[in-house]
Design a protein around this ligand. Structure first.
Ligand code: IMP
Ligand code: MG
Length: 190
């Protein structure tokens, strides 16, 4: 069936980096690791979806975790232009709870670049008294790190390319692609 607009979106993709099948395998593996690690904890398990990029990853991951859990949402961004990471993180949406010391948190992120966002959020939740804080990222670009940060759970290490799909955007677009693809550089240098 002809769908001009859908073709337009896919034509901006240089190549598929993580296919739908691989994404499912990654979510299976990470969910198994998390289930194993937390099955004997007597605290509450709370997955925090970091909006908007990790929406799809969180939903695919959480349905595979075979433990009682809660979900919550945070939204954060760094100040300034993307290319010059200031390292200062602005929290736009925060969690509201009075039982921080009873909770094991897992921050769910789409991709780690400089490492600023996650290292800041981990520190922030610990300062607020969280019993424990771990991080789970779908993708990781270690070459781009400006702060020393290693996630506890990691889907896939990728090269320093700008990627979109499966929640990740460029200018709020491409989040609904079911795979992760490399965006053609001419799309963002236009
Ligand atoms: P960090 O604080 O530099 O680690 O920033 C991570 C955030 O940058 C992610 O949550 C994304 O919003 C964004 N980001 C980094 N690389 C990409 C990419 O290749 N595609 C889409 N978003 C990206
Ligand atoms: Mg993000």
């Amino acid at each position: 069936m002809k769908n001009g607009k859908a073709n337009e979106m896919r034509e901006d993709i240089e190549s598929i980096l993580v296919s739908e099948e691989e994404l499912a395998e990654i979510c299976d593996r990470l969910a198994t690791e998390i289930t194993e690690d937390y099955k004997n904890s007597d605290r509450k398990l709370v997955l925090i979806c970091i909006l908007k990029g990790s929406l799809m990853f969180t939903s695919e991951l959480l349905k595979r975790i075979e433990l009682p859990l809660e979900i919550d949402f945070m939204k954060a961004s760094s100040y300034g232009a993307r290319t010059v990471s200031s390292g200062i993180i602005n929290i736009h949406l925060d969690i509201k709870r009075d039982d921080m010391e009873e909770v094991d948190f897992i921050l769910i992120e789409d991709i780690i670049d400089s490492g600023n966002t996650l290292s800041h959020l981990v520190r922030y939740l610990k300062e607020r008294g969280a019993a424990s804080v771990r991080t789970c990222t779908l993708l990781d670009k270690p070459e781009r790190r400006t702060v020393d940060f290693t996630p506890d759970y990691r889907g896939k290490i990728i090269p320093d390319k700008f990627v979109v799909g499966f929640g990740l955007d460029y200018d709020e677009k491409y989040r609904n692609l079911p795979f992760v693809g490399i965006l053609k550089p001419e799309v963002y240098s236009e």
